[in-house]
Write a protein that binds this ligand. Structure first.
Ligand code: PBG
Length: 327
């Protein structure tokens, strides 16, 4: 591992990646990329769409215009077949592989992160490879390494494993090293990912709910702070470039602990689909206004120690950032 314990060259020639290392606040947008002609509003997340390549540009143009610096993309497939190994996670027909060169061409300044996971592509909907009803950790991380390398080769600036498999950072870094991509591509690990019910709307949208059991054998039990600390320690020791706590609002105690323990690793907070939906419905019911409610949440995330916030509300936030004091 020592040969990939590199700090300065892990993709930091990209301006946005360098700024994150300086601990500036950034807001990152999320996009679900579907097969080319699809444009479908997600029922449980009004205002958020799954869309294919034929629609992405018209949606992103105004957001980039209003200052978007980075984007996290997820692939969704409907017609392509799913199997045990998630073959279409990195096939030439995969929507992320197809979108990356176009996005890079349309928006050369945009930093693009790709979610790396198997669940949208496996027939059982699990995040790793299942053998005899159990996750096979070794096979899973090898496969995730291959997928990350394919996204990196297609143009991703960041690969972001969200699978919660042990050793995923090492497997991905080694794979990037083989492709000679370590100096261009950073690894953002979804290190502290809790086994949350607030992922429900996303699972509907990405059509990736597990077909049996749940994800509790690899995601963190809601009440555990010690596992969250240990998985972040593990990922930091494996040289991840950035780490994450997910979901956001219910786990700000974990954010503070991780920030205190690893002040030098940029810490991301992922405001998940259920958090989006909760706030959306609170606004509909007249409980708070979107702007006031969301700014309070974002400021609380900053106070807790989050450096970068990933949220489906980015297009709205970018409009306000011009008028409100910095987060
Ligand atoms: C799984 C993955 C999930 C999300 C992103 N990647 C959910 C899960 O574990 O089922 C959730 C995102 C959200 O709720 O916004 N690889």
């Amino acid at each position: 591992m020592s040969n990939i314990n590199r700090v300065i060259q892990s993709g930091y020639f990209n301006d946005t990646l360098r700024q994150w290392q300086c601990q500036n606040t950034h807001i990152t947008s999320l996009n679900l990329i579907d097969e080319p002609d699809v444009k479908e509003e997600i029922t449980s997340m009004p205002g958020v769409y799954r869309q294919g390549l034929n629609h992405v540009k018209s949606m992103l143009d105004p957001v980039v215009e209003s200052g978007l610096k980075s984007l996290l993309i997820f692939g969704v497939i409907n017609k392509l077949p799913k199997d045990q190994y998630g073959t279409h996670a990195d096939s030439l027909e995969n929507p992320v592989i197809q979108a990356l060169p176009l996005l890079k061409n349309w928006y050369p300044e945009l930093t693009i992160a790709c979610d790396v996971c198997l669940c949208p592509y496996t027939s059982d909907g699990h995040c790793g490879i299942i053998e005899n009803q159990l996750i096979d950790n070794g096979k899973s991380i090898n496969r995730l390494g291959e997928i990350a390398l394919s996204y990196a080769l297609a143009g991703a600036d960041i690969v972001a494993p969200s699978c919660m498999m042990d050793g995923h950072v090492t497997a991905i870094k080694q794979s990037l090293m083989k492709g000679n991509l370590l100096s261009r591509v950073s690894v953002l690990s979804y290190s502290a990912k809790f086994c949350s019910v607030f992922y429900g709307p996303f699972r509907d949208a990405a059509n990736c709910a597990p077909s049996f059991s749940n994800r509790s054998s690899y995601q963190i039990p809601v009440g555990s702070s010690s596992i969250a600390e240990r998985v972040v320690d593990r990922d930091v020791s494996e040289s991840c470039d950035m780490t994450m706590v997910k979901p956001g609002i219910m786990y700000l105690d974990i954010v503070r602990k991780i920030k205190d323990k690893h002040p030098n690793i940029p810490l991301f907070i992922y405001q998940v689909s259920g958090e989006y939906a909760m706030l959306y419905h609170a606004v509909q019911a007249g409980v708070v206004t979107l702007k006031e409610g969301l700014l309070e949440i974002l400021r609380s995330m900053r106070r807790a120690g989050g450096d970068v916030i990933i949220t489906y509300y980015t297009p709205e936030i970018l409009k306000w950032l011009k008028e409100v004091s910095p987060l």
